[in-house]
Design a protein around this ligand. Sequence first.
Ligand code: FES
Ligand SMILES: [Fe+2]
Length: 412
Amino acid sequence: MRATERTGGGRARTGVAPPGADGGVPLARSLPGASYTDEGLFRREREAVLYRDWFCVGRAEMLAGPGEYLVADVAGESVIVVRGGDGRLRCFYNLCRHRGSRLVPPAAGGRPGGGPAEPDATCGAGRAGHGRFAGAIRCPYHAWTYGLDGSLRSAPFLPDLRQHRAKLALHPVEVDTWGGFVFARLEPGAGGPLAARLGRIPARLARYPLAGLRTGATLRYEVAANWKVIVENYNECYHCGPVHPELCDLVPAFARGGAGLDWDAGVPHRDGAYTFTATGTTRRAPFPGLSEAELNRHKGELILPNLMISLSADHVAAFTLWPRSAGRTTVICDFLFHPDEIARPDFDPSDAVRFWDLVNRQDWRICELVQDGMTSRRFAAGYLAPMEEPSADVGRYVARLLDPSAAHEGGE
Ligand code: FES
Ligand SMILES: [Fe+2]
C-alpha cells in the first residue's frame, strides 16, 4: 500500500512487459512465474539482489551499548552486527576463520506453513537472536577469540598468529543505519551508500521521530510465498476492496483501490479516525512534531528489498521480510512507539497489534494463494492493472540488479 521510492528503486525497462505487448491486451505483464517459484532463480536473486543491496536486519535499539549484538539470517547467510567499544556498529559473517564454526549459534528456524503469528521478538529464522559479548567474540569450538572490531585477538597455543591478526579478521559486511533501522550489505562495495538508496524517504518522514522509537510488540509470520509476492502486494491497493473490508472501512479510498491517493501527503481516514486500530482512535499520544496532515493521515514506504514501513500518528508498523526459499518468507512485524508511551504503566499496544494482525493475515493468505496458483503448469506470467503500476517497480528493481547491463541499455 505504497508507491516505491524510485530514486534507488530502478527504472530499468526490463523484466516487466509493457501494455499491448501481449497480443493487444492493454495491460503490462508481471514477472514470469518462474521468478517466484524456481529455486535456481531464487539463488541467483540472492546473490544479485539480497546480498548486494542494503538489507534491513533489525533495530539499533538492540545494539545500544558496547558488545551488544544481533544475529540475522539474510537469505541463508548468518551475520553478526555488534557495537564496538568505540561506539561504532560493525557487521561480520557469523563464521570463524579457523575451521568455519558459527561464532553464535543461529536459532532454530521458524515453523513452515502459514501458521499463527508468534509473539516472539527475537528467535527463529530472520532476526535470530541478540545479546551482549563480554568485550570479545569467542568461537565455541577451539576458542579463537576476536575483538569487537573483528580482528583476531588470540588463538590458543598459536602465538605466531599474532602478526596475522588483520589477515585472519572476521569477514566484514557493510553496515549503516537510518531511522533506527540497521541495514547490512553482504557484498561490500556492491553499490552506492545507504543514503543514496533511501533517496527522498528520509525527507518525506523527517517529522517522525523514527530513530528514537522503541519496539513495544512484535509479530512473526511464516508465509508460504515468494518475497516479491509480498512486496508487490504491499505496493498496490487494487486488492484492498476484496481482501481488507475492515481496512476499507477505516480508509474509504482503499475500497476504490486507492486510486488518486497521494501517498506523499498521507492517506485520509474516515471521519473521526486517525490511526490504524479497529476504532480508528487510540489512547496513545501522537508523536511530537508531526504536521497537521500527519496527525490525521497514514503514510507508507517500501525500501526494497525487505523493509516495509507503515506510519500512523501514534505508532509505526515496520515489516522486515526474510526470504528463505523461492516459496517461503519469514515476516517480522515490529510495532514502534514513543518511549514515553511504552514507559506508561498502562501502556497497551494491543489495539494496533490486533488490527494489524487481522490485516496481515488477510494479506499473507492472499499471497499464499497467488504463490500456489503460480505453480500451475498453465501459469506463465500475470497482468498488472494500471493501479498496480507501483508493483511493477519491484520487477524493474530485480531485473536491474540481475542484469545491470540490460538496465543500462534500457535507458536508465
Ligand atoms: S572453528 Fe573456531 S576456533 Fe576452531
Ligand atoms: Fe493488503
